[in-house]
Ligand binder design. Sequence first.
Ligand code: SF4
Length: 356
Amino acid sequence: MAFLNLYTNCQLVRGANMSLLCDLQLLKFYHIPNDTMEVLQYLQQHSIEDGIMHFGEDNKEAIEGYIHFVVKKDMGFIDDHLLQQLIPVDFHWDSPTPVTNVILEYNEQLNYRNQFMADLFDLNVQSLEIRSYQPVSIDHLLPLLEMFNDTTLGVIKLMLPYDSSISLNALDAVVRKYPRLKAIWFHGAPVQKVERIFEESVTVVFLAKQVDSCLACGEINTMYFQSNIELFSESQHHNTCLNRKLSIDQNGYIRNCPSLPQHFGHMNEVVLSAVLQDPAFRKYWNIRKDDINTCRDCEFRHVCTDCRAYLETPEDIYSKPLKCGYNPYTNEWDEWTNNPLKQAAIDHYGLRSLVK
Ligand code: SF4
């Protein structure tokens, strides 16, 4: 008897009409029909011969094709038994810090050397995104980057307006000096492209799209999908955008995300511990994709990010993200801005000027 052993880091996610086979180790995902998913699921407990008997001799060639695909993509192997040593992955998620990621809307008029920032980055924050909607010279940002030299912060991403005077060589020199800087994104670039600097270890992304305010945030795009164990695990229990996120908007106010209306005081006036203890600050943390209308039926739900700031139905906290054009019932991507059912929400959020 022959058996297909699927590695346990390869996870099947069923959608309404299609499924996703996520390879959480090789960071890839494959869009597969639900019929294929059913076969792969069946083979996780039965031999290949039993599978062919169960699904019918007529489907033998197709089943062998699925198995060949899994083996060829290094997602499994054939053996004479199902290996018990392939222990199921534990998708429990936790973090030692109450804030794992921070967004800072940069404003050169604000002084970031304050107690709130010191307390925040004492918490072992993992990632920081510094965004600017206005042109800013890299030299202006250096004192801010300097602030994190003595912290445990792991990753900094810069999101800046495109500036033709900034060369890749100049950026290379900056990332060599500040190794936490792992990604630099320019918005409003004349050509959409991705470059790599610092011996290919840092990406520089040039986006054609203009990001001149937080209204541009929250787009759901396959470009942002990630198949990895961290996101997959977090997604089983928490919100994949807002869980343990803290943002400082361009006026210095603390929010869950810069696009959400509620703020929790100014960084110069509030104490971090009080913000973190406020139940309202944690309100979105546990809204999972499995709780969200439509997303719960979508095969991409555990590789997708979320958005709770712009919703298809603004008054429903469990509504699908407004800026998603995917329909998991037809498996078609449409331009979300053209959807007649989204027009009222586009007006509600004041997004009309962005979608014309
Ligand atoms: S329907 Fe939901 S889970 Fe699917 S792509 Fe859109 S936002 Fe992501």
